[in-house]
Design a protein around this ligand. Structure first.
Ligand code: PLP
Length: 457
């Protein structure tokens, strides 16, 4: 049987590793909508973005036509320390489920940051360094992005200022210490160190903070400090470009064993891991060369794709960032405080939003108790303690494999296992103690946030 010949893990040799990132936009007939200036509502020009972002990254951000961007040697060298990431055949999980489906996952948790975010962190830090900058600022929610960026900055000798959502800062002190170990300064957000932070604190004393608010603070510091720029860990086109390394490696590994996945599943927060994982496969679909089914999985408590609207919205609470057209719940939306599964951003990558709008991709939701049940099943079979974010994809991969059990179909399923859950043990504790509950926002609640969308004609 062909099955038996496929090893547990498929690795790539050095000469089989991707040499260029793939820009999915080049193959999209209808391109994602451009960023708009929040004041004039005109498309943002490179020079308007220059005070906020690094020059080379702006070029990548605005380029809808160049299909491949060569990966600079220094980044390839860095990637070698933790890449290729393994493509794993989940034999144990298949057996446990009794499914004829063949399940594979691409595991991105094999580095200290514990997630795929390092793939873009090193790229963004590299271009900042090349531009001669002193440092970068950013926000972090759960902490994976801040950790990844501090690792990249430490490697390249850049200063790194992280605004960490206050509730995470308090609940995840060890994440904070990892970042500090790599030399980053970490400030709980909202803080008194920025004008926007002071304003938010005055309006909402005792607030737990949010990603949108931390973004505003990080941008303010970047534009007001000479030699600094702002970097973002998801949502942006450039981040999906860098994350294409995940999909390119997965595709090369599948080609090596002569297997084609039928279905590709990923969790979606801002959309970067999913956008990266599906990139080369979606490229084939767009060019009419092959067909695949793509599924985005989001938390039922933060359902941007499935219950949001496709509209221009603010990327941050302080409304300092460009307007982005995306599936959004409204920039004031914050998931309920009992939500422990990450993927909390109110919006979604403009690239994925456009693909979803064109019907090229599906989306579904999972509640957090279902997600942790799937995490537990997976951990017990496959050994890896998954991040709650990743477990959204696990949940739907399991569901799809069980459907195959009903129908007898031998589908090949690929999902993105974006990271590990060692810093999420409070959430696991709640789950193990039976104290986790599910919160699903009502239509009325969502409508309230939607009212504040900017009016664009
Ligand atoms: C940040 C993160 C995500 C979600 O971000 P995307 O940009 O949607 O990929 C998923 N999994 C892990 C482990 C993360 O750290």
């Amino acid at each position: 049987m062909a099955n038996e010949k496929i090893p547990y893990k498929v690795y790539l040799e050095e000469n089989e590793m991707p040499k260029a990132w793939y820009n999915l936009r080049a193959d999209m007939k209808k391109k994602p909508a451009p960023f708009l200036n929040p004041g004039t509502h005109e498309p943002m020009k490179a020079e308007e973005l220059a005070p906020v972002f690094c020059d080379e990254l702006i070029k990548q951000e605005l380029d809808n036509d160049t299909a491949y961007f060569e990966i600079p040697d220094e980044i390839k060298e860095f990637y070698k320390m933790y890449r290729p990431s393994p493509l794993v055949r989940a034999y144990c999980l298949e057996k446990k489920l009794g499914t004829p489906a063949k399940i594979y996952y691409k595991f991105e948790g094999n580095n200290t940051s514990g997630s795929h975010k390092l793939n873009s962190a090193i790229a963004q830090a590299y271009y900042a360094k090349k531009q001669g900058l002193k440092g970068v600022t950013t926000e972090t929610g759960a902490g994976q992005w801040g950790t990844a960026l501090s690792m990249a900055c430490a490697y390249l000798g850049l200063d790194c200022k992280v605004f960490m959502v206050k509730v995470s800062y308090e609940q995840k002190p060890f994440r904070r210490e990892v970042m500090r170990t790599y030399g980053a300064s970490v400030t709980p957000s909202p803080s008194e160190t920025t004008e926007i932070g002071k304003k938010i604190l005055a309006e909402h004393p005792g607030t737990n903070g949010s990603l949108g608010c931390a973004i505003s603070e990080a941008v303010e510091v970047a534009v007001s400090t000479p030699g600094y720029r702002y970097v973002l860990g998801s949502v942006l086109n450039q981040v999906l470009l860098h994350q294409s390394v995940i999909g390119l490696e997965a595709k090369a590994a599948f080609d090596k064993i002569g297997v084609k996945p039928d279905m590709i599943i990923g969790c979606a927060g801002g959309g970067s891991n999913l956008g990266g994982l599906i990139a080369p496969f979606m490229g084939e679909k767009l060019r009419g060369e092959n067909d695949y089914e793509f599924i985005a999985v989001e938390p039922a408590s933060c359902p941007s794709f499935t219950r949001g609207v496709y509209a221009y919205d603010f990327a941050d609470t302080g409304m300092v960032c460009p307007l982005a057209k995306m599936y959004t719940l409204g920039s004031d939306f914050i998931p309920s405080p009992n939500h422990a599964g990450g993927l909390r951003y109110h919006g979604m990558s403009p690239i994925l939003s456009e693909l979803y709008d064109q019907g090229l991709m599906k989306a579904t939701t999972a509640t957090q108790t279902e997600v942790f049940e799937a995490a537990e099943t997976f951990a017990r079979c496959e050994g890896i303690l998954p991040a709650p974010e990743s477990s959204h994809a696990i949940k739907v991969a399991i569901d799809e494999a069980l459907k195959c059990k009903e129908t007898g179909e031998e589908k090949t399923i690929l999902f993105g296992l974006t990271g590990t859950g060692y810093f999420d043990l409070y959430a696991y504790q709640n789950f193990n103690d039976g104290k986790m509950d599910d919160y699903i926002p009502t239509d009325e609640e969502l409508a309230k946030y939607r009212e504040k969308l900017p009016k664009i004609d």
